[in-house]
Design a protein around this ligand. Structure first.
Ligand code: ZN
Length: 310
């Protein structure tokens, strides 16, 4: 029985315009598009997966670009901030780069002894580049103008904003095996000892802040890693025994998913490491073809017609 979750698997957020989203994440932030598919529940909409070369768990940021969805608003009951790990000494480079691309950014800041640079993506999604304390030996995806001296290495952390941290903290500690590492004001840093990377969840307690509203520029859910289906079902049992109504296991083609809403209001997912993104495309071609789940393959011509050109 595995009793600790080995960190984040992916984070899923909402965008408006697909082309703008694709350009920002591949060109400005320098991530690799590792899968171009559709929303399995809404196949007229893309589902983009960005990550490192192979889309390793802990590096994957995914988007549903819904044209015209309208702006969301950060608030309680949602993930409000994504942290990416970047090399020490690279934050000034990033700040210059964001200036060059007219990206909204904030002055360099420090939290828990680590320097970070906050910015907003073109839809307003809040992201921090964190010059992480310890050594981060993950191999980054490099592009023509972003090499290993600056490229992102995958997630550092995610921040969940809740009115009261207690019940959410109990899920992290009692079920997922995280522990409280440090506290700074109303920010509580939890970490799992089961991995060195994407191991941090910060809980930000804001009792008087209204609930967030999902829309462009907000996060939809966060997924935690489980090694395989058996371990996923063991965690599902623990979640069910707390009366949290997890879904049954859903096949997402690249992983298997179980969802539940944690008591603070954030949608959580448990996603398996298997089978991964090379299940339907070779590593060097990841993201270069529109991949459809088999239930939609017959409708490919219609789907291709409605999806925007990116
Ligand atoms: Zn997900």
């Amino acid at each position: 029985m595995e009793n600790k979750i080995p960190g984040l698997h992916h984070i899923t957020a909402i965008a408006d315009n697909a082309k703008r989203n694709h350009e920002f994440y591949t060109k400005v932030l320098g991530l690799r598009l590792v899968k171009k598919t559709v929303n399995f529940d809404d196949p007229g909409t893309y589902h983009f997966y960005y990550g490192n070369e192979a889309g390793t768990p802990g590096s994957i940021l995914t988007f549903f670009p819904w044209e015209g969805i309208g702006q969301g608003r950060n608030g309680t009951g949602m993930a409000t901030d994504i942290g990416y790990s970047v090399p020490k000494g690279s934050l000034e480079f990033w700040s210059d780069r964001f200036k060059q691309f007219n990206i909204n950014q904030y002055p360099l800041s420090e939290r828990f002894g680590e320097q970070f640079l906050s910015f907003r993506d073109p839809d307003g999604l809040q992201i921090d580049l964190v010059a992480a304390e310890g050594e981060d030996n993950r191999k980054p995806w490099e592009t023509g103008d972003l090499n290993a001296s600056a490229a992102t290495k995958g997630f550092h952390s995610v921040t969940l904003t809740v009115k009261n941290i207690r019940a959410t903290a109990e899920i992290l500690t009692d079920i997922f095996g995280y522990h409280l590492l440090k506290q700074e004001g109303n920010r509580y840093r939890f970490i799992t000892g089961a991995t060195d990377h994407a191991a941090i969840v910060d809980l930000l307690e804001l009792p008087d802040t209204p609930s967030g509203r999902q829309g462009a520029g907000t996060n939809h859910h966060i997924a935690f890693r489980v090694k395989d289906d058996n371990i996923q079902m063991e965690f599902r049992e623990k979640i069910a025994s707390r009366g949290l109504n997890p879904t049954s296991r859903i096949n997402r083609d690249y992983f298997y998913s179980v969802y539940f809403r944690e008591p603070g209001g954030v949608l959580f997912e448990l996603a398996t490491d298997n089978p991964g993104f090379t299940v339907d495309e070779p590593l060097k071609e990841l993201g270069s073809h529109l991949k459809l789940p088999k239930q939609f393959e017959a409708a490919r011509p219609e789907i291709e017609k409605v999806l925007p050109v990116i």
